[in-house]
Design a protein around this ligand. Sequence first.
Ligand code: ZN
Length: 274
Amino acid sequence: MPEKLNDFSRLCIHTMTTKPWSLREAIDGYVAAGVPGITVWRQHLEPYGAREAGRMLRDSGLKVVSLCRGGFFPATGAAAREKARDDNRRAIDEAAAIGAPLVVLVCGSSPKQPLAVSRQQILDGIAAVLPHAKEAGVRLSIEPLHPMYADTRSAVNTLEQANNMVTAIGSDFLGVTVDVYHLWWDPMLEAEIKRAGRTILSFHVCDWRVPTRDLLNDRGMMGEGCIDIPKIRGWVEREGFKGPIEVEIFSDEFWAQEQTRLVRRIKNAYLQHV
Ligand code: ZN
């Protein structure tokens, strides 16, 4: 077991966790609650534009942990794949503009072709946009998604696959994101976290509700599900990861609630169950 968290210095919240809030409201809400870190989703950036959002974030004093999300590389046509790469280059530029050191990749998948083909297209796509990332000083991080999303969201479903891609490409600007929601079930998780070592660039937490009522928007608050979050945090920290702990919860239930109270609840759960 890792040491219990005793303050909020590493706490980061994803703007998707408080989805009903605009970026302005999220910034103000996190600052008021003493939450030091923010991961910005592109849909929250859009209404302001990256320049204006960057100014707001710098003025707030919040630490911008990452931009979510790039990826979605696979497609059956070459033109569509090129379009996806361009969109990733734009995401990298946006990350640079808001001071985010990292773009998290939800790699994508197409049900119209074999998974192996999608996986190759992901590898090729990452390799194609990496020079742009390097130039911008922004890292890319492969986030494996739970296999239930292998049809359309990501053909990268285990940390082993993500590690293999990082090894194949071999760049300081590429690493992995460990999200407990996607990876908690994997019997190889501890070994693959060890293998990832210093290439672990970010760490996402929430919980797995039992039963899960919706495959996308029913993630649980830390402590209300069956994931042993402290254990996984211990594995990640054993490899030297001491970065932000990012609360990323997609939940229709929580989005319907008053968001200031939700942030308070997140803070309590963070100290008790992370
Ligand atoms: Zn995540």
